[in-house]
Write a protein that binds this ligand. Sequence first.
Ligand SMILES: Cc1cc2nc3c(=O)[nH]c(=O)nc-3n(C[C@H](O)[C@H](O)[C@H](O)COP(=O)(O)OP(=O)(O)OC[C@H]3O[C@@H](n4cnc5c(N)ncnc54)[C@H](O)[C@@H]3O)c2cc1C
Length: 376
Amino acid sequence: MAAEKADVIIIGAGAIGCAIAYFLSREGVKVIVVEQDSIGAHASGYAPGILNPQVAVPEYLETMLPLTTKSFQLHKELYQQLVAESGIDYYFRQSAILTLAFTRAEAQEIKNKVEMLQQQGFKIRWLNGDAVHLIDSRISPEIIGAAYSEDAGELDSYRYVLALAQAAEKYGAEIRNGRFTGLKRKGARLTAVQLSSGDIACDCTVLAMGPWTGLAASSLDFPVPVRPQKGQTLRVRASGPPFATILAWDTNYITTTRQDALIYHGATHEDAGFDEEPSTAGRDKLIDSLVTMVPSLIGAEVVLQTACLRPLAADGLPIIGEVPGWNGVYLATGHWTKGILLSPVTGRMVTELISGSAASIPTEPFSVSRFNSFRS
Ligand SMILES: Cc1cc2nc3c(=O)[nH]c(=O)nc-3n(C[C@H](O)[C@H](O)[C@H](O)COP(=O)(O)OP(=O)(O)OC[C@H]3O[C@@H](n4cnc5c(N)ncnc54)[C@H](O)[C@@H]3O)c2cc1C
């Protein structure tokens, strides 16, 4: 017999679990968050925290744009309030992004995206090489031009996750160390969450275990096609003023606006299972892209190398919703390269789903049931 009870048990204290805990407990729901390591110990605590609401992949556009723009808006609205509630400043700021083109093919692709994003209402334009170098002369002379976009932001991810957790605790949430091992049910109804330390009775749980959420598939008797995608980053120290904008090129970016005055550079996209070890190959690849973008960084001192796992769903879209065949078991994962950006909207959506209030964002495209066909 389970000894204690909560309204909702959230598994995982990354950005997604903590955002859900924050929004739920703000509504007066009694929440327990269970984390096997520590708050923000994985990707959520190490991501460079770039908030880019643009959706440049045409096939994801219609589905993802309402989510990214709503979440970016929520970040803007939340910042002052969350800092006041938590006492933790996470240095949110609005930023511009320069997306660099080194080849004619890259320039053409970026120009096409500029047109597409302008049609969506983004403030973005193409600049030739001379105009880019007026913004920052340290950018490689090899570039042809760049897209300049004003609609982005950034924050310190680790402090942001701590702020969410701290504010949730102020509203009555409890965050504890423990490892999720399974679920108990009576028919379709959830009765308890099983932890390595024992069971907690509850009729509602949210599994927000990032790339590890897929491991719950056997407890759910439902497929959760989420896999880890490894991403490595570098933090380097170099002399000179910070860059005026975030710099992006292909899957690489550079940002310099953190309190520690370091240059954050990422990221690799690797298929390496659950391996979270930084590698020499990853480091070399990142130094290469760093110096390609800004040649004067050749002598920069590497201060930290990180390796973390993005949660990537089979179709590349977030998974947010109730698990078919269960009453009261929800998933919130698969946020891939945009989990920090998408955390507030996910917190809001899950709170609406659990409380039964009207959905402010359509949830259907992100439903768990879209994987029904994976059952066979
Ligand atoms: C290199 C890199 C750069 C990135 N840059 C950005 C960026 O600039 N902007 C952006 O928006 N996104 C970025 N992302 C993506 C973002 O970091 C992720 O999408 C996001 O952190 C996922 O959050 P999460 O809470 O789902 O997962 P996680 O942060 O992985 O948290 C899941 C938590 O669940 C816990 N857990 C797992 N299993 C169990 C269990 N059995 N019991 C208890 N607890 C468990 C884990 O310990 C972990 O703390 C980046 C990712 C990487 C790797």
